[in-house]
Write a protein of this length. Structure first.
Length: 119
């Protein structure tokens, strides 16, 4: 698989992750705690894909590294918010488990990319 093919597939994967997160958020109860978590999760999950797209279009090696660092940070944050929502039982546990698995896989992939760029 070429870099361009990988990038296209990963852009789709991160978009689908964001869509699934936004769907999950729409099912959460409406109270002050869940609203904070939903907002933070929505921001971090959508930022993963947005910043990966920016990584793909970066103009320099330094810019690419900076963007992938943001993707790693946002993927890790999305995992955190999913874990917290799970602990509070604010959403369907089986869907949270699937999304946690996906968040971890995305995090591992982008952490590997980051590591390869820093060498």
């Amino acid at each position: 698989m070429t870099n361009e093919e990988f990038n296209e597939r990963f852009r789709k994967r991160t978009r689908d992750f964001a869509v699934r997160i936004l769907s999950l958020i729409s099912t959460m109860p409406q109270n002050s705690g869940s609203r904070v978590m939903a907002c933070q999760l929505g921001k971090s999950a959508t930022s993963v894909g947005a910043n990966f797209r920016a990584f793909c279009r970066a103009r320099s090696k330094n810019e690419r590294f900076a963007k992938i660092c943001i993707v790693v940070e946002e993927a890790d944050e999305a995992e955190y918010w999913l874990d917290l929502i799970s602990a509070m039982r604010y959403a369907n546990q089986s869907e949270i488990d699937l999304l946690l698995k996906e968040a971890l896989e995305i995090l591992k992939i982008v952490a590997k990319i980051k590591s390869s760029l820093s060498q």
